[in-house]
Structures are given as C-alpha cells and as structure tokens.
Design a protein around this ligand. Structure first.
Ligand code: ASN
Length: 353
C-alpha cells in the first residue's frame, strides 16, 4: 500500500509506544511496578533539558499500551502484538520509539527485526535502569538519545538506544544487572553513539544500504509457539541424555536452541546425540550457538561436534540466544517446507548472523 500522505516523511511526527518497563515504573508497596500517565511524565522529564536541546528534539505522538508490563512477563504474543502495532501505524510516522523493560528488551528487539524486514525508517527500542522520576535516573538520557536516532532517516532497522550507544537490535544482549551501560553487542560493532549531545550514526554499519523496494513485513501468528513451542537448552558437564530427551520428546515442542561449548562442541554421549537425531527426524528444528558470548561456531570442526552435525543441528554461528530463539519462533510460525525453514535459518535475514 502506498501512503496517502502529502507530508514528507521526515516532517511526520515520531511515534513513542509505551509497553512498560522500569522507565515508567512507580514505587508500590510491593516494589517497582509499571505506572500510567506516561505522556505528561515524558513531557515533564524532557522539559528539564536545556532549552536549545528541547528545541532540537523531534515532535512525537505517544501511544501507551493499556496494560504496561514488567518485561519479564513478555511472551512471543507480546512481540507479535507490538510488531502488528508498528506495522499498522508506521506510515504516519518518520520513526518509532518503543519504551520497553530492559529484562527482555533484546528479545523483543530481535523479534521485531524479523517481523519488520525491509524496514525503511528507524525503530528504536529503549528503556531505563531507573524510573523517570528517580534521582540521577538514566531514563531521560536514554529517551533523548532514542528520539534523536529515531528522527534520523539514514537508520533503517530495529536498533536499541541505551547508555549512550546505538546497537543493532538483533545483535544486542542485556549485559549488566545494575549498570546504566546495560547492553552490549558482542559480535557486531555499534551502529552509533552519543558524542557530546549529538546522536551520531556510524557510516556503513546499518542495514539501510541492503534495503530494496518496499518493506517486506512478515507478521505470522506466534500463538501456537508462545507457550513453550521452542526451548532453550544450555549443556553442562554431566547433562544426561534422559534430561535432553525429556525436553525434546514433548509433542508440543517444535524447535530448540542448544547452547553448546566453545566453537561448536557437545558432550560425546551417543544417547544424547540419539535424542537430538530423533527430534530432528520428527521435524523439530534444532539449532546451536556457543555458550561463549564472543565468536562464532563451526559445527564439525572438532570430532566432538560431529554428532551434532549428524543429528541435523543447524549452526547459529555468531547469533545471540535472543536472536536465534526469536528466529526459530518466527520461522516455525510460518507455513514453510522444512528445507526452506532450514535455508532461511542459515541465511542472514536482517544482519543477525
Ligand atoms: N524488570 C524491568 C523490566 O524489564 C527491568 C527494567 O526495565 N530495567 O521491565
């Protein structure tokens, strides 16, 4: 569909979507919980910036989800809802800012990247380690940074603005439980950074140059996978085949991500490898990444990885667990032939590998 807009893209207001998270939380007798009234609260916070900085901020509309959540409660259903919300509204806006809790922010950003393929404008996800109104909070700085990046038409992908950095969403991980600099992108350089008060995009790192034609959003229904359809299994010394089999034999399970050792090795236990091969044989989609946050895996480089290869486990190379899980959910939710699903998993779709 073409836009009925007479207003040039860069003159349209941004859309700020509030989903919950610490940024908008308030103190309750049970501890911090998602708060409401976000629009006036954002305005009050931004009004404390020096006048010149306020004046250079882009205009934005605010849309608050009716029931903001702590992002620890998010499921693939929430990813789907947010993807559809953005897809339905993005044409009216130069860019989108998503306010989200930090706990599962990287998961949501990864999922959005797969849903909003071919994006032709910025979608910037941010949040905070402290509520907007808390003394010394990082919330205002993150909000300002996200607004500035979301107004830059050269950014054409899902990114995370946090702690002075801009990271590719599908490469990012929450890296610290307390620091304001809470996110890292272990296997891909930053897309941008705050330099003095400017939001500077680094040239040549974004997806923009890969986009051709109109966005090719894919908005599959994740409902059937949102309740344990894909599992994440981290191996440890002493893991038993019986434990792996218990996960994989569940008839509701459609796929699994294995977090193996180093460059792509797994315990050399024939019964364990047999459990993997049996699941693969039933059409379950199995992939592996490393437990090491940095670097890639190459399954089969060592003899200790041959069993994984024989069991049909796909290599996730440098993917983060968040990106690999979101991609498994995204591919399993679509009516694809098994071979096509495997091909897409192994192909970079949005710069995730
Ligand atoms: N528990 C919070 C959340 O993810 C953490 C935060 O936003 N800093 O919603």
């Amino acid at each position: 569909m073409t836009s009925p807009h007479a207003t040039p893209l860069t003159e349209r207001p941004l859309l700020v979507l509030y989903t919950g998270g610490t940024l908008g939380m308030v103190e309750t007798p049970d501890g911090l919980a998602p708060g409401g009234d976000i629009e006036p609260r954002l305005a009050r916070a931004l009004a404390t910036l020096p006048p010149a900085r306020q004046a250079s901020l882009p205009a934005f509309d605010v849309l608050a989800f009716p029931e903001p959540i702590d992002s620890s409660a998010a499921t693939p259903r929430d990813w789907q809802r947010l993807g559809r919300e953005i897809a339905g509204r993005y044409r009216d806006h130069a860019g989108i800012v998503v306010l989200h809790g930090t706990d599962t922010l990287a998961w949501t950003a990864s999922s959005l990247a797969f849903q909003l393929q071919g994006l032709d404008r910025p979608v910037v996800v941010t949040g905070a380690m402290h509520p907007l109104e808390a003394p010394g909070s990082d919330a205002l700085a993150n909000l300002e940074l996200a607004l500035r990046f979301a107004a830059n038409p050269a950014l054409q992908e899902v990114a995370i603005a946090f702690g002075g950095k801009l990271l590719r969403g599908v490469r990012a991980r929450k890296w610290h439980t307390r620091d304001d600099d809470a996110f890292a992108s272990p296997n891909y350089p930053l897309l941008g950074e705050r330099v003095d008060q400017d939001a500077v995009l680094f040239p040549g790192r974004g997806l923009a140059h890969q986009q051709r034609g109109a966005p090719l959003f894919e908005l599959p229904d994740y409902t059937a996978l949102a309740d344990g359809g894909v599992a994440r299994l981290v191996v440890w010394p002493g893991i038993s085949a019986r434990q792996v089999a218990a996960w994989l034999e569940d008839p509701r399970l459609q796929g699994a991500l294995l977090e193996v050792w180093g460059g792509g090795n797994a315990p050399d236990d024939p019964a364990l490898l047999e459990a993997l091969a049996a699941a693969s044989g039933e059409g379950k989609l199995l992939a592996a990444i490393s437990q090491c946050p940095h670097g890639s895996i190459a399954i089969g480089e060592y003899a200790a990885g041959q069993g994984l290869k024989a069991a049909g486990v796909m290599s996730g190379e440098t993917m983060t667990p968040e990106a690999a899980m979101a991609k498994l959910v995204h591919l399993l939710a679509q009516p694809l032939e098994d071979a096509e699903r495997r091909r897409r998993f192994l192909t970079p779709l949005v710069g995730e590998r």
